[in-house]
Design a binder for this molecule. Structure first.
Ligand code: MG
Ligand code: MG
Ligand code: MG
Length: 307
């Protein structure tokens, strides 16, 4: 019976590339067939990476009951299909906080507090002595540069920068920073996108002590292009809050050049958010200097407010 490898809903490049890189490795070392999969449409950024290195789009998988699965880039139940509890989780590769998924049987787990799941995957290849094919190395390289925001994110470690150099070598990419900037320009595209497209482009929900908190993030080379659309974003955030029964919805407009995020807040209790970041909101928004990472600089401060 095949094993499906996939990452979180609203797949980012780390999730898609992780499905590909883990499946290739597993198919080298295990008897059963590992199949790269995804839980939703890919982003323009991921499309850029797949096109650049000739990667194949993983299979869409929206139900996993009865399947054997291997997860990458999250262990939070809300980030998977509702029937994830009916699947058998064989393993996980991740770089986030430990989530609430449980297993009935022993599993393989590779979790490290570093910049990218694909950095962990690189270490798995090393561990098993398997050579990384050129195209997969290129895709892993871009996934790490995306997740670490070209090394600027506080989640980035020396391991990530070292692995990027080694992957660039294998992939034959000379100026990887230039290629990464090209990727972030693609990622920053907002033309033709509705407010809902923008709010959900990189959106995750968290269960914080029984409260649903949605946190979206737009990583852009210049967030000022969204200034004329902020009211529209707020209106849609209010709708999302109703539709999804959220306590709070946060949208981070992350400016990767200015290295900070504008935080937009719609909440039943804005005080919680003001306390979390030690700020006063002005018209439901504020600037968070130096904040680039949702997992390291946002979730760990918001979550304790719900304890
Ligand atoms: Mg991710
Ligand atoms: Mg990741
Ligand atoms: Mg990210």
């Amino acid at each position: 019976m095949s094993v499906y490898v996939f990452g979180h809903k609203n797949p980012d490049s780390d999730s898609i590339v992780g499905a590909i890189s883990i499946s290739y490795l597993k198919n080298k070392i295990e008897k059963e067939e590992y199949i790269p999969a995804r839980q939703g449409d890919i982003s323009a950024e991921t499309e850029f990476i797949l096109n650049k290195f000739g990667g194949k789009l993983p299979e869409l998988k929206t139900s996993v009951a009865g399947e054997r699965v291997f997860l990458v880039d999250s262990t939070d139940k809300p980030h998977f299909q509702d029937d994830i509890d009916e699947a058998t989780i064989l393993g996980i590769v991740d770089h986030h906080k430990l989530g609430d998924l449980m297993t009935d049987a022993p599993l393989e787990a590779w979790i490290r507090p570093i910049g990218c799941s694909n950095t962990v995957v690189y270490e798995m290849y090393k561990c098993y002595g398997i050579e990384i094919p050129k195209d997969i190395a290129g895709m892993m390289l871009m996934a790490i540069l995306s997740d670490t925001v070209i090394f600027k994110s506080p989640t980035c470690t020396k391991v990530d920068t070292k692995v990027v150099k080694e992957l660039a070598e294998i992939a034959g990419v000379k100026n990887y920073k230039e290629l990464a900037m090209e990727m972030f320009v693609v990622k920053s595209g907002v033309d033709g996108a509705t407010a809902r497209d923008l709010n959900t482009r990189d959106y995750k929900e968290f269960d914080m002590n029984g409260n649903k908190v949605g946190i979206g993030q737009l990583e852009m080379v210049d967030i000022s292009v969204l200034e004329p659309r902020e009211n529209e974003l707020f209106e849609d955030m209010k709708k999302m809050k109703e539709e999804r029964n959220l306590h709070t919805i946060l949208i981070l407009l992350t400016d990767i050049m200015k290295e900070g995020s504008k935080l937009l807040v719609i909440s039943d209790d804005e005080n919680k958010i003001e306390t979390a970041f030690d700020v006063k909101l002005d018209n439901h928004k504020t600037w968070l200097e130096g904040v680039l990472s949702r997992k390291k600089q946002v979730v760990p401060f918001v979550q304790p407010q719900f304890k």
